[in-house]
Design a protein around this ligand. Structure first.
Ligand SMILES: *[C@@H]1O[C@H](CO)[C@@H](O)[C@H](O)[C@H]1NC(C)=O
Ligand SMILES: *[C@@H]1O[C@H](CO)[C@@H](O)[C@H](O)[C@H]1NC(C)=O
Length: 349
């Protein structure tokens, strides 16, 4: 009896420790490009612009049948050498009163390990809750809907924005993401200096399909919400995944002068679809080396630190910042633009 108790206690303790630990690391910009190998494979100048981070094997086709991210990448713009995955999102633009656009600069966020050092891009989390099954080779998924214009169709516990009124990076921490006064819409207040965008992916998998026609229905959100690894999974999607979360810091400090804002009532901050926060979305193609992600989750690897138990080695910022690829669909994306780089409206009528 005594032994059983101590075993149970040990198991509980291990679970608690694993539950507190998570991977959290910087991913710098690999490229900003009008491509989307999940939604529009093979297409150049896709409907809207994305920022892409991760392994440099990223290209416009990425056919899961023959595209091996691990063996075909020679560097990654993310912290861990073993993570050759790709992650991408829309980018934010400031629109001025003359209808000109400028891409909003990005920075790494603060947090438990101090400020993450990013050259653009985003911060990525993998949050386990209990025993999780890492993604299989070829796995991909999308969170959010790039054509959605209805804020009420977005669960703000999963995809949200927070206004930070101080540009001081020590303040970029605080309550659970996607809680409290966080909004689906992009905050448009002149008091905001930084906007934090959070995209939390589903944590339950059907256990069979690496993808689905809409790139969403092979996964599902579990019970509960927030950045806690996700709760119990539904019977249709019984396999518990690590919770992937993107965190983006948009620095709007230079765009707070209201005299420069549009006078026609339109928003001064939009995503690259020319839509607001309702259309925020994130894309993920799994590409961790061998079983390193599974071992990282099982071993309680933490933050962006080396983790010998899982074979994780982290790169210094100058190394991952140097991993870049050229645009496949060349066009200007920086400085003042006469128009958004758009390939037509994707809003579903
Ligand atoms: C993308 O990479 C694959 C290798 O996985 C290659 O066969 C294909 O030609 C590349 N596509 C483009 C458009 O470069
Ligand atoms: C945000 O932008 C302002 C103005 O360009 C700059 O001074 C500040 O350092 C930036 N803050 C961060 C955290 O990148």
């Amino acid at each position: 009896m005594k032994q059983q108790l101590s075993l149970a206690t040990a198991a509980l303790l291990a679970q608690t420790v694993a539950g507190q630990n998570m991977l959290r690391f910087a991913c710098s910009q690999l490229v900003v490009d009008r491509v989307d190998p999940i939604v529009n494979p093979g297409m150049l100048y896709t409907p809207h612009l994305h920022q892409i981070v991760g392994g440099n094997s990223f290209n416009i086709t990425m056919d899961p049948a023959d595209h091996d991210l691990v063996s075909q990448s020679t560097c990654t713009s993310c912290s861990f050498n073993e993570d050759l995955s790709n992650y991408w999102t829309a980018v934010m633009f400031f629109k001025n009163k003359d209808g000109m656009y400028q891409r909003v600069p990005q920075t790494g966020n603060g947090g438990p390990q101090g400020k993450l050092i990013n050259d653009g891009g985003l911060d990525v989390y993998y949050i386990p809750s209990g025993r999780t099954t890492a993604f299989a080779k070829g796995f991909r998924m999308i969170a959010g809907d790039a054509g959605n214009t209805d804020d009420s169709k977005v669960n703000k516990n999963n995809i949200c924005h927070r206004c930070w009124t101080s540009p001081n990076e020590n303040t970029f921490v605080g309550a659970q993401p996607c809680s409290g006064s966080d909004t689906v819409a992009i905050p448009q207040s002149p008091n905001c200096k930084m906007i934090r965008q959070t995209i939390i992916f589903p944590t339950c998998w059907d256990g069979k399909n690496l993808d689905s026609v809409d790139h969403r229905t092979h996964v599902a959100y579990g019970q509960g919400y927030g950045a806690n690894g996700g709760g119990a999974c539904p019977q249709t999607h019984p396999v518990k995944l690590p919770q992937v979360m993107f965190e983006l810091m948009w620095n709007i400090t230079d765009f707070s002068d209201q005299s420069q804002w549009p006078t026609d009532g339109s928003d001064h901050l939009v995503y690259s679809m020319d839509l607001g926060g309702s259309a925020a979305h994130g894309d993920y193609v799994f590409g961790w080396k061998d079983d390193t992600l599974q071992r990282a989750m099982d071993s309680g690897c933490n933050l962006n630190r080396d983790c010998p138990a899982a074979g994780l080695t982290s790169q210094p910022p100058e190394k991952y910042n140097a991993c870049k690829i050229p645009q496949a669909a060349p066009e200007p994306v920086d400085g003042w633009l006469q128009a958004l780089p758009l390939g037509g409206s994707i809003v579903k009528k």
